[in-house]
Design a protein around this ligand. Sequence first.
Ligand SMILES: [Zn+2]
Ligand SMILES: [Zn+2]
Length: 344
Amino acid sequence: MRARAAESMNVPTFAGKGEITFAAKAKPTPGPGQLLVQVRANAVCGSERGQYFHCSQVTPGHEIVGTVVEAGAAAKTPVGELGAIYLMDFCGACRWCRSGWTNQCLAKRADMGFSHDGGYGPFVLVNENIFFPVGADIAADLATMLLDVMGTGAHAVERAQSVHHDIRSLAVLGAGPIGLGVAAMARIILGDAVQVVVTDYNVYRLRLAEKLGARAVDLNHGTIAEAFAGCEMPDVAIDTTGKASARQQAIELLAKRGVLVCVGHGEGLNLEVSKHLIAPERSVLGSEYFPFADLAKNAARLRAHRAYLGQIITHRFPVADIKAAFDLFWKGDTGKVIVEQEGV
Ligand SMILES: [Zn+2]
Ligand SMILES: [Zn+2]
């Protein structure tokens, strides 16, 4: 049999300092258990700041939705299937994978778009275990919501639920895409009766939080504490900012038995253990991405709330304009920005 001639694909290269050039890269061939996915949409993420400004050896993009175009030996997913790609290539065999906590895998093989080529190129090669079939009835751009926005958002809310069984109010610190995702998933999971408050300095994003049914608090005109003056203190605060000052205000603000969930990586938190934790029986939890199995739960939620969740996507760019997509996103007046492959 004649060897297949190596095909190439045109991919954006993150050269650093915001420079993105297009260059040819070999189109991958799926090995055993692997899938070649033709990317249709990839959402821009704040975690790509380092790659954008300080260059990347791999093709970035980790909120990927695409169609299987080739399956390697033993892969069971049919060609033509639309799916979302889970960031972490989990081993499936370690203690945490076996109990469903794939986001805590002890032998992770890849973080797609960070350690291995991701979704801003036209094709991405994945191990089949991280491909989640979304079904043909969900549009590719909307399906990207299943990843960082719904997945990370829902997991943070469910982390709080794991220690608090009577959540009546929830504060979300930061109205970036993760904060908006947390707010939306809080409304979907906890119900409309639970008060959701979102704080930020960015007025565009605060308006978006209001559209999602949250009370928006503009920190240009007051502190988080002032926003709660005269109200019951929140049972849960979810920090998506990664800022020590935000976390500090949140821990001071929480009701008795309240839960602070830290989602945004970054700075620290100064805990006075007696005052903040022991006496009021508060909890502080971390929340990292989400377990793979949550994708099925969240696909059902997405089907039930398409238009509501679709509001979080505010801009779409063809991949040829990927730099414009990032530059707009960094300015902050956006919800989720989607980069779409043309002609797919
Ligand atoms: Zn992301
Ligand atoms: Zn594992």
